[in-house]
Structure formats: structure tokens, C-alpha cells
Design a protein around this ligand. Structure first.
Ligand SMILES: *[C@@H]1O[C@H](CO)[C@@H](O)[C@H](O)[C@H]1NC(C)=O
Ligand SMILES: *[C@@H]1O[C@H](CO)[C@@H](O)[C@H](O)[C@H]1NC(C)=O
Ligand SMILES: *[C@@H]1O[C@H](CO)[C@@H](O)[C@H](O)[C@H]1NC(C)=O
Ligand SMILES: *[C@@H]1O[C@H](CO)[C@@H](O)[C@H](O)[C@H]1NC(C)=O
Length: 359
């Protein structure tokens, strides 16, 4: 920076007020310096850019850390790109002054530590990308300045648990991506601050039990992915608190053996359900097929008895029928469910009580 300033003084003499409006060494600047592109330029320090810059791309430079106030003269930034910068730590007040920043990309670094106050001043931030780092814990309230945060990308880190207060203040969070961490528990209360989540990705973690207490605070989840967690059962009322909104549910590759009878209570809008690569023999009565248009069922040991009759009817009713093969009883083994003969004489259970009343 100093070098640049000196150079400008030499060139322009007293007219140095405009020093900050020069394009930083080695970077490419688009008209009026609104976009400053320093992608893969071997930079070791963060360049100062003028207040008129709204996009700064620093990808692929080995920056290591972000000193406090690094962006103090770059107050106009809306979008800041720092992927692949070998960052290991986000210090306190790293982004001080960036009150207009809306997009912050910190993916694919080696960040293991985010100091309290790291995100101070980021009141406008809407999209935060922290995926592909080494984050194992997040201080209580770390996101609290971000009252406008909409999307938080934390996939592929080393988180082992979620604790209450982690998302304090991030009341508008709608998309939370936590795929590919090492989560074993979501503590009760850990989601209380983000009750409006619409998209919640938890696939590829280490959850061995469905975190009912934490999940029951969510009200409007539309998409939930739990694939790849070693969960053997889904308990009663698992999705009840957001069942009217849930359209997409991924429960694939889990070693899932059983749904409790009331697991799907309250689920009324589901369109897409993924159950492939589990150990399921049956589906619970609480699962209503009426709204489903996309389902995967492959690689489960389905027991082709009357319990699967409503599934068979659903399979008959749709055009692109997914593969689903019977494992038992022995006479049906290897047959497609829709071709199984063991459900021919199944009774229509739901209507029986009414008929009895009428007689
Ligand atoms: C998953 O959790 C179990 C304990 O529940 C632990 O033994 C195992 O090491 C964990 N695996 C990973 C990849 O974290
Ligand atoms: C069904 O859902 C899967 C996973 O979301 C998607 O990849 C696929 O395209 C969908 N298929 C249809 C027919 O919508
Ligand atoms: C399959 O379902 C039938 C009828 O409910 C039951 O009697 C049988 O034990 C089940 N078989 C297996 C392997 O679970
Ligand atoms: C279903 O059965 C029919 C007649 O038995 C056979 O032609 C067809 O290939 C079977 N379909 C599947 C998907 O197994």
C-alpha cells in the first residue's frame, strides 16, 4: 500500500487525495474501479481499494489472516471473494466498516478459529460462505450482527455438535447448510433462534438419533436432507412442527430400519421422498402418498405384504415408476413391488370403521 501511495505521489504530486482510486498493483479494475479483480496474483496482503469499489475478488492468494480493519477504506464493498486464500483464522473486527457487505465468500480455506466479534459491522450481510474449512466450534452469538443473514453455508467443516446460542440474532436465516460435518447431536435449543429455516441440509454427518427436541422448534422447513447419517429409526412426530411445509425429504443411505408408526404425522405437502439404500421392510401408515411425485426406494429389503399395499397403489398410479424390489416373503423375492402378487387380496383398512358404524 505504502509503495502504491508513494508511486502516486511521484506521479501526481499534490493531487494525492485520489490515491485510493488507483487500481492496486497487479489487479485488474473494471470501469470506475467498481470491480477490482486480483484473482491468483500472488498477493500476500490485502490491498486497500476505494470506497467506490463494490466488488473485490481476492481468490487464490495466500493471505493467511485478515488483520483487524483490513478493509477500513473499502467501505463500499457489497461482494468480497476470499476463497482459496489459505486463511486459518478470522480475527476480531476483521471486516470492520463493511456495513454494505452483502456477499462474503470464505469457502475452501483452512479456517479453524473465528474470534468473537469477527463479524462486527456486517449488518447487511445476506450470504455467508464458510464451507470447506476446519471449523469445529462456533462461539455463542458469533453471527449476531447479521440480522439480515439469509443463507449460511457451513458444509464440509468439522462441527461435532450444535449448541444453544450458536445462531443467536440471525433471525432471518432461511438456508442452513451443514452437510459433511461430524455432527453427533443438535442440542435441544440449538435451533430456537432460526425457527424460519426453509432449507436445512444435515446429510453426511454422524447423527445416530433424530434430534427431535432441536428440530421441533422449526416451523417452515421445505427441504430437509438427512442422508448418510447412521440413524436406525425415525421417531413419532419427527416432522410435525413443519409438516405442512415440507416438500422434499432425503433419508437415503442411512441404514434406516424402521419408521415409528406416527413418524409422518402432520406431513401433508411432501412431493419428493428419498429412501434408497436403507434397510426398510415397510412404511408406516402415517405416510400419505397423495402429494408425492418423486420417490426413490431402491436397495431396501421390502416385505411385500399388505403393509405395502398403499405404496403399491401409488406405484401403479404414476408414470415413471421407481425401482422397488421385494426381499420377502420368499415367493415374491426379486419381484418389483408393483408386480408382486402378495397384495392382491389386501383389505382397504381405512374404510372399515365407517362401514361398521353405518350398519
Ligand atoms: C461417529 O460417532 C461415534 C459415536 O457415536 C464415534 O464412535 C465415531 O468415531 C464417529 N465418527 C466420526 C466419523 O466422527
Ligand atoms: C427427483 O428428485 C431427485 C433428487 O432431488 C432429482 O435429482 C430428480 O431429478 C427428481 N426427479 C424428478 C422426475 O423430478
Ligand atoms: C412381513 O409382513 C408380514 C405381515 O405383516 C409379517 O407377518 C412378516 O413377519 C413380515 N416379514 C418380515 C421378514 O418382516
Ligand atoms: C412385471 O410382470 C410382467 C408379467 O409378469 C413382466 O412382463 C414384466 O417384465 C414385469 N415387470 C417388472 C418391472 O418386473
Amino acid at each position: 500500500m505504502q509503495r502504491l501511495t508513494l508511486m502516486v505521489i511521484c506521479l501526481l504530486g499534490p493531487a494525492v487525495q485520489e490515491a485510493q482510486s488507483q487500481c492496486p498493483d497487479q489487479c485488474n479494475c473494471l470501469p470506475n474501479l467498481q470491480h477490482v479483480i486480483c484473482d491468483n496474483k500472488g498477493l500476500k496482503e490485502i490491498p486497500q481499494v476505494s470506497e467506490s469499489t463494490n466488488l473485490l475478488n481476492l481468490q487464490r492468494n495466500s493471505l493467511g489472516s485478515i488483520p483487524a480493519g483490513a478493509f477500513s477504506e473499502s467501505r463500499g464493498l457489497i461482494s468480497l471473494h476470499m476463497q482459496h486464500c489459505q486463511l486459518t483464522e478470522i480475527g476480531s473486527q476483521a471486516f470492520k466498516g463493511l456495513k454494505k457487505l452483502t456477499y462474503l465468500y470464505l469457502s475452501n480455506n483452512e479456517i479453524s478459529s473465528i474470534k468473537p466479534g469477527a463479524f462486527e459491522d456486517l449488518t447487511k450481510l445476506t450470504y455467508l460462505y464458510l464451507d470447506g474449512n476446519q471449523i469445529s466450534r462456533l462461539a455463542k452469538g458469533i453471527f449476531s450482527p447479521m440480522i439480515n443473514l439469509f443463507s449460511l453455508q457451513l458444509s464440509n467443516n468439522k462441527m461435532r455438535e450444535l449448541r444453544p446460542g450458536t445462531f443467536a440474532g440471525a433471525k432471518n436465516l432461511r438456508w442452513l447448510h451443514l452437510s459433511g460435518n461430524e455432527l453427533q447431536t443438535l442440542q435441544p435449543g440449538s435451533l430456537d433462534d432460526v425457527e424460519n429455516l426453509a432449507v436445512f441440509h444435515l446429510d453426511g454427518n454422524n447423527l445416530s438419533a433424530y434430534p427431535s427436541a432441536a428440530m421441533s422448534k422449526l416451523r417452515v422447513v421445505e427441504e430437509l436432507t438427512l442422508g448418510g447419517n447412521p440413524m436406525k429409526t425415525i421417531p413419532d412426530y419427527a416432522f410435525q412442527s413443519f409438516g405442512r411445509y415440507m416438500e422434499r425429504l432425503h433419508l437415503d443411505n442411512m441404514g434406516l430400519e424402521k419408521f415409528s408408526d406416527d413418524a409422518f404425522n402432520g406431513v401433508t405437502a411432501i412431493k419428493s421422498l428419498h429412501l434408497d439404500n436403507n434397510r426398510l421392510k415397510a412404511l408406516p401408515k402415517s405416510l400419505k402418498f397423495g402429494t408425492i411425485t418423486n420417490m426413490t426406494l431402491l436397495n431396501n429389503p421390502w416385505n411385500c405384504s399388505c403393509q405395502l399395499n398403499s405404496l403399491r397403489k401409488w406405484l401403479d398410479s404414476i408414470e415413471s415408476r421407481p425401482d422397488a424390489v421385494c426381499a420377502t416373503p420368499p415367493s415374491q423375492r426379486g419381484k418389483q413391488i408393483s408386480n408382486s402378487t402378495s397384495m392382491r387380496r389386501c383389505k382397504e383398512k381405512p374404510k372399515l370403521p365407517k362401514r361398521r358404524q353405518q350398519h
